[in-house]
Design a binder for this molecule. Structure first.
Ligand SMILES: Cc1cc2nc3c(=O)[nH]c(=O)nc-3n(C[C@H](O)[C@H](O)[C@H](O)COP(=O)(O)O)c2cc1C
Length: 315
């Protein structure tokens, strides 16, 4: 089998085409809420080498997040979080961050959330045409939002209405991030694709909890939280497979990816790209390590074009 050199590898993938074009130099993205707005990580490693960065989910107005108390807990092979969408709000994002992003080579996708269906469209309208913003990711999947978030992503008609409100409001590429906390993820996927989603991110955190046996109380102040990390990888993989059977738009696999082999598994299941989240807390360069792991796999296996891997386990 020929062994392509690093230079010969074709790593570029397309998440949206036409006037909504979103082409990544490689399939590895930093996941929302685990990479802040990218600025701090730029001091740790060359973030310009990533395929894309997804911002912390941002709302029309700044948000203080969950009430004071315990918001995170470590679990076997994962973590719980109930950050509650603490964020700086769109005005500050436009003023302080977009100008810096416009000088970056790496595309930045802004994750947005609205407390009502039309608020997603209102957020999108504010971000339309802003230099430095390459696309939107609609968070209809956070288990930590008091309003909006997961409740919108659990109902196909509401998920479609949110997507349509954004597609109407802007010409940016639209990724919709799905929740695993549903019975039939394929039905939600079909509904948002029919409403105009360019790509899907599969998945956000699984709703979960932990209890302190001695204190006889839940560990997390708000009781329920989102589970992430390697513990959820098999669930996320299964859902990528199911969504790939249901729709033909690009899928971004997310959930428990720590190294290049994890990422390759998602590509083989049908994902076109991947997002790395929780792994970044243990190893801030995790997204770059994942990229280098994919490259090593491709060289070892004689794969010249990363797109050959997409869905290859499904044949
Ligand atoms: C601390 C923390 C904060 C997160 N914040 C967001 C967020 O603001 N918006 C969002 O869409 N997902 C958020 N997520 C979910 C991740 O983007 C990702 O979908 C999930 O954690 C599964 O991937 P992972 O196992 O690689 O972390 C957050 C996850 C963690 C651990």
């Amino acid at each position: 089998m020929p062994s392509p050199s690093a230079d010969a590898l074709q790593l570029s993938v397309e998440l949206a085409s036409g006037k909504h074009s979103l082409v990544l130099a490689n399939p590895v993205m930093a996941a929302s809420g685990t990479f802040s707005y990218g600025v701090e990580y730029a001091k740790v490693f060359d973030i310009q080498r990533l395929g894309a960065i997804v911002s912390k989910t941002t709302t029309l107005r700044p948000h203080a997040g969950s009430p004071p108390g315990r918001r995170i807990d470590e679990t076997p092979a994962g973590m719980l979080n109930s950050i509650g969408l603490q964020n700086i709000g769109i005005d500050k994002l436009l003023r302080d961050l977009a100008p810096a992003w416009s000088r970056w080579r790496v595309p930045v996708v802004v994750s947005i959330l609205g407390a009502a269906v039309d608020e997603y469209g209102a957020c999108a309208a504010r971000l339309e045409g802003v230099a430095g913003i390459a696309g939107l990711e609609l968070n209809i999947s956070s288990p930590n939002a008091r309003r909006g978030g997961m409740e919108f992503g659990q109902d196909a008609a509401t998920a479609a209405a949110v997507t349509a409100s954004v597609v109407r409001a802007c010409t940016l590429p639209v990724i919709v991030k799905l929740t695993p906390n549903v019975g039939d993820i394929a039905a939600i996927a079909r509904a948002v694709v029919d409403a105009g989603a360019d790509a899907l991110c599969v998945v956000n955190t699984l709703q979960a909890m932990s209890i302190d046996a001695r204190a006889r109380r839940p560990n997390i102040t708000r009781t329920f939280a989102g589970l992430s990390g390697p513990a959820i990888k098999p669930v996320a993989l299964r859902m990528v497979w199911q969504v790939a059977s249901a729709v033909s738009v690009p899928i971004i696999g997310c959930g428990g990816i720590v190294d290049g082999i994890d990422a390759v598994e998602f590509l083989l299941a049908g994902a076109t790209a991947v997002q790395v989240g929780t792994a970044t807390f243990r190893n801030p360069r995790a997204p770059l390590d994942v990229l280098e792991g994919i490259e090593a796999y491709m060289r070892a296996e004689g794969v010249a074009d990363v797109r050959e891997l997409v869905g290859a386990a499904r044949a």
